[in-house]
Design a protein around this ligand. Structure first.
Ligand SMILES: [Zn+2]
Ligand SMILES: [Zn+2]
Length: 204
């Protein structure tokens, strides 16, 4: 897939057109170029995503996933919750990494845009006119790497991937199946996390 096709796919995946998602594509691409790697088909790459739990431009993270192939489904991306627009991309096999973070000048300019002001006023991205969004997306897609980002040199990173388990258990309380990484033994019974009293499960 070329970059235009990836942009189209990313917009479908993301759900709406906005400038922060393509910025994530660009961050992923420049990091991959710097490392000399291809998009991960499995877990060849690992990404630390520096965005946080609730702030503007979090859409960045979806672009990063599409560009790098580091996805929450495959488990080769982890959110650091720094509330920053940046990534550390790791070439797992060659133990090399690069950090790409938003250029503060560009960030300050972007946060003052009409699009962001409208978002701040509670207008949904899908309700913002293409005449406002399209030029911003175009700008992000066309701008030079240096205008958008600060890019580190490649550095050594001895990343130790977690080994996936294939071991399946059955919870003795709810009867549901659960992988070995999260079972708890309570009074001799094998339980899943929501059924155990060890950790509070999220409210359903
Ligand atoms: Zn978005
Ligand atoms: Zn259970």
């Amino acid at each position: 897939m070329n970059q235009i096709e990836l942009l189209e796919m990313a917009i479908k995946f993301h759900g709406h057109k906005c400038p922060a998602m393509p910025l994530g594509l660009r961050a992923g691409w420049v990091a991959m170029e710097k490392l000399g790697v291809e998009r991960a088909s499995n877990k060849e790459l690992f990404c630390y995503l520096e965005t946080g739990p609730a702030h503007a431009m979090m859409c960045f993270g979806d672009g990063v996933q599409v560009a790098t192939g580091c996805t929450y489904g495959k488990g080769n991306i982890e959110k650091l919750n720094y509330s920053k627009i940046g990534i550390i991309l790791i070439d797992v096999k060659n133990k090399k990494a690069v950090r790409v973070s938003i250029n503060p000048e560009f960030h300050k300019m972007a946060i003052g845009s009409q699009f962001v002001q409208m978002r701040k006023n509670g207008i949904e991205p899908k309700d913002i006119a293409p005449e406002i969004i399209d030029p911003l997306v175009e700008k992000v897609m066309q701008a030079s790497d240096d205008k958008l980002f600060k890019i580190s040199n490649v550095f050594n990173f001895d990343f130790k991937p977690k080994k996936s388990t294939f071991e399946l258990h059955e919870c003795e309380k709810c009867g549901e199946t659960v992988f070995a990484t999260a079972i708890r033994i309570v009074d001799g019974k094998t339980l899943c996390l929501p059924c155990s009293e060890y950790e509070k499960a999220p409210a359903v």
